[in-house]
Write a protein that binds this ligand. Sequence first.
Ligand code: CA
Length: 238
Amino acid sequence: MNKRILVVEDDVAIGNLIKMTLSTQKYEYAIVRDGQSALQKAISMKPDVIILDLGLPDMDGIDIIQKIRSWSQTAIIVVSARGEESDKINALDVGADDYVTKPFSVDELLARIRVALRRNAIDGSVNQEQPMFVNGHLQINYLANTVLVNGAEVHLTPIEYKLLVVLSKNVGKVLTHNFLLKEVWQNYLPSDIPSLRVFMATLRKKIEEDPANPKYIQTHIRVGYRMLRYEGDSMRGE
Ligand code: CA
């Protein structure tokens, strides 16, 4: 069955661009132009992915995400205007999976949709209580608290390990700096972001083949980080 995509976008030109993009793929899709219609359609259509413009005429995009998240884990990709950094960060914090910034390319949008669909497939098929996480050459044993890269154990500090676990349990999803700080340190300040960067750098040195060109952990500048599914040379997502 084709995957279903719900597009919520009040800008006609951008709506048409997305429509053209989706019509070249084997996706079923619907476009609505306001928040109320989005909520109704999300219930009747049961989309696999929702592409949600944050600036809608009748409702705040953040409210829409919160309402949808109260009953559905469907993937949500938010569309935000350039310069509205805080909007997309708030959207991620209330449960959006990913974002694209206007103007975005067709390829970028399709890549984000593929990541979101893979994340659904993983969540749907994997028992969340699995003690082992395997992603390419990376293995985490959540019970033994061990991490293997290419079959060899690597030694992580407790904070590096916690960071890696949070990223792996949300593979495919962009996690904001604040979310990571909250998960890893119980007491934190937004000013702790530089130390988060330091721990991320040391973690990458231990798990990435080429830390300058990371395959597992993507940086989203001013937003946060995401672990991607490793797909060898054809790794995509950005
Ligand atoms: Ca808009």
